[in-house]
Design a protein around this ligand. Structure first.
Ligand code: SF4
Length: 641
């Protein structure tokens, strides 16, 4: 059978399922990565699984998001991550070393490997030919424990690149063009596989810009073949031994195709507040800009930074434009320093920040009120910068540098001759001794937690019957934000489920938590589309901590329903939506758990008389997971037989 690159990697890692688009497949995972914002929960979940060492070829824990240490919580998290990594065999990247995806590309990613990471931009490693996917913390914890990672077999889209980039157009403009073409929903259920003669014209860091922002298409992931460019990059990183050729068979087939003529691209910008609101930079000429931020996991490579430094060596930045620069890694920063390229950045008036995510998640560097901020990042959602009414535009580093110099968007036709993309120097410094490698045996290592880190409790499974009180009767369209609100004060408690649980539903019903604590088991009754919004695991985990055992709704949002299953909460739907009116706050319900079958209907008795019919859309495996008390218990049970 002839195969494309995606199919080749999947076939080499397939442990269950058929490679038919839409069907569930299980993949063996070679590598995992976590970042600190999601990592603490992932390692708490890993500990709860009860495996004594990670079972992947490589797992890396990066600290790059919450690097500011303005109170005890972030440093507590960092110490926990450092010690838990030592104990269980995970490589640890201390705060300040760099951004997870840039570091992983430089130091660890391999062609043909599978990688799951608890960060949505994990597909960056697709630039080197890995099949790299973003996932929830629990999925990453399970992958670390040697469990397969389950996805729907994606459709494979061939993105055929023709020609070569010219003038001021850069890799960022390739992905912005694709976003403008397909929209932020255009990649759902798909892998974007790059092919065609234009591929050879792009270096690995340029490819990684494109695969990084494939996440904004909603794609499963994006991948480039592994070719001479890949070999050259790996050799420069001192890892030529990790190279292997990985290209599509000549007559490989694809489910869909998009063609991009690289030579026709021009500098583009995504307008506020969506990465797919793309327009040519020339049409924005005249728009004054108060802030420029250069960096993030999308555009912080050596070549990106050197291009900016070269432009800044020739002209200062506008005094009206606050200009921030965060190199992606200490390796990048060392190369800039060695070549005398830090001085031009400083002399031009730019501010040099730590090698971390920084302004990308509003960790410092927020724009002025109502200001225009031009960023080389990948997301420009409203409020993400930390300033609710800021207007964020996404552009390439070349465009950002020219905007910083001019203090406004100007027509690229007035920028003169574009600089060539810099090559990596002959002697790239290694920073691999800055990572902390785990000892061969973690037995004697003590995991240090501090008051902000609380081990996950072990949830009980179900008996034959569930007696529970209705703790809340909610309306339609309850979001995960309603269930588990966000905000700096609350998310700082992400590693402490008992503490964060105090905020469950507090913006909907202030009495909810007290009610939940006053009874043993609870049920939430809701209207349509319960749990819509983000994939936030805490929206299931924290209610479970408070004793919620079932949700009875008119309908349930897909991702939240999956999280309910993972944490052992029964997701039930009213067979007759009119029965919503039969149920009321405080009623005692009796759910015949033993009688529930996958996809079946049972009657839930209401104390004092009457009953309602509820159905489920669970698979047998999901039902088994719930009966066991959640996915962690299910995996533990399957390991012990
Ligand atoms: Fe996420 Fe931004 Fe950090 Fe990238 S730089 S990992 S997008 S926070």
């Amino acid at each position: 059978m002839t195969m494309n690159v995606t199919q080749k990697i999947i076939a080499a890692h397939l442990v269950s399922g058929e490679m038919v688009p839409g069907g569930e497949i299980g993949l063996r995972i070679d590598q995992t990565l976590t970042q600190d914002a999601t990592g603490t929960m992932a390692y708490l979940q890993f500990e709860a699984i009860g495996v004594d060492r990670v079972r992947t070829d490589l797992s890396v824990s990066y600290v790059d998001h919450n690097t500011l240490q303005m109170g005890f919580r972030n440093p507590d998290d960092h110490r926990f991550l450092r010690t838990v990594a030592r104990k269980y065999g995970v490589v640890f990247s201390p705060p300040g070393t760099g951004i997870c995806h840039q570091l992983h590309l430089e130091n660890f990613a391999k062609p043909g490997a599978t990688l799951v990471g608890s960060d949505s931009h994990t597909p960056t490693a697709g630039g080197i030919g890995s099949l790299a996917m973003g996932a929830g913390g629990l999925s990453v914890a399970l992958a670390m424990a040697g469990e397969p990672y389950f996805i729907a077999m994606p459709k494979v889209v061939r993105v055929r690149l023709e020609g070569a980039l010219t003038g001021w157009a850069s890799a960022k403009d390739v992905i912005l063009h694709l976003l403008g073409l397909l929209s932020v929903k255009g990649g759902v259920g798909r892998v974007f596989e790059y092919a065609g003669p234009g591929v050879a014209t792009l270096s690995v860091p340029e490819r990684a810009v494109i695969t990084n922002m494939g996440a904004e298409l909603g794609a499963t992931t994006s991948v480039f073949p592994s070719d001479g460019q890949t070999r050259q990059f790996l050799a420069a990183m001192g890892r030529e031994g990790d190279w292997k050729e990985l290209v599509a068979d000549a007559d490989a087939t694809y489910d869909e195709e998009v063609v991009i003529d690289l030579s026709a691209l021009e500098p583009l910008a995504a307008q506020p507040h969506m990465p797919d609101r793309v327009m040519p930079v020339r049409e924005l000429a005249g728009l004054a800009v108060q802030q420029v931020a250069i960096g993030s996991c999308t555009n912080s490579s050596y070549a990106d930074m050197k291009s900016v430094a070269q432009l800044f060596a020739a002209a200062k930045v506008s005094p009206e434009t606050d200009t921030l620069i965060s190199p992606g890694s200490k390796q990048v920063l060392k190369m800039l320093a060695r070549e005398g390229l830090v001085e031009p950045l400083l002399d031009a008036g730019a501010r040099l920040l730590e090698c971390s995510c920084g302004p990308c998640i509003g960790m410092g560097g927020s724009p002025v009120s109502g200001g225009v901020s031009v960023r080389t990042f990948n997301r420009n959602f409203e409020g993400r910068s930390g300033t609710k009414d800021a207007k964020v535009y996404l552009v390439s580093p070349l465009t950002a540098a020219m905007v910083a110099i001019r203090g406004a968007f100007t027509d690229p036709a007035t920028w003169g001759t574009a600089p060539a993309v810099p090559d990596l120097p002959a002697d790239v410094p290694s920073i691999r001794d800055m990572f902390l490698y785990p000892p061969a045996d973690g037995d004697g290592v003590e995991v240090q937690r501090g008051p902000n880190i609380v081990a996950l409790e072990k949830f009980e499974g179900f008996g034959d019957v569930l007696e529970a009180d209705v703790l809340l009767k909610a309306g339609d369209d309850i979001t995960t934000d309603h269930i588990m609100p966000a905000g700096a004060e609350i998310t700082a408690l992400r590693s402490n489920v008992p503490a964060i649980s105090a905020y469950v539903f507090n913006r909907v019903d202030e009495e909810f938590v007290a009610r939940a604590k006053a009874c043993d088991n609870g049920v939430i009754v809701a209207g349509e589309n319960y749990g819509q919004g983000s994939s936030r695991e805490h929206a299931a985990l924290a209610p479970r901590h408070l004793g919620v055992r079932a949700v009875i709704a008119k309908s349930l949002a897909r991702i939240h329903r999956a999280n309910l299953v993972n944490f052992g909460i029964l997701p039930l739907m009213l067979e007759d939506k009119a029965d919503y009116d039969v149920l009321a706050l405080g009623q005692r319900l009796t759910v015949p758990v033993a009688g529930i079958t996958a996809g079946g209907i049972v009657r839930v008795a209401v104390a004092g008389g009457g009953s309602v019919a509820v159905r489920n859309d669970l698979t047998q495996k999901e039902l088994d997971i719930i009966r066991a008390g959640g996915l962690l218990n299910y995996v533990r049970l399957s390991k012990t037989g």
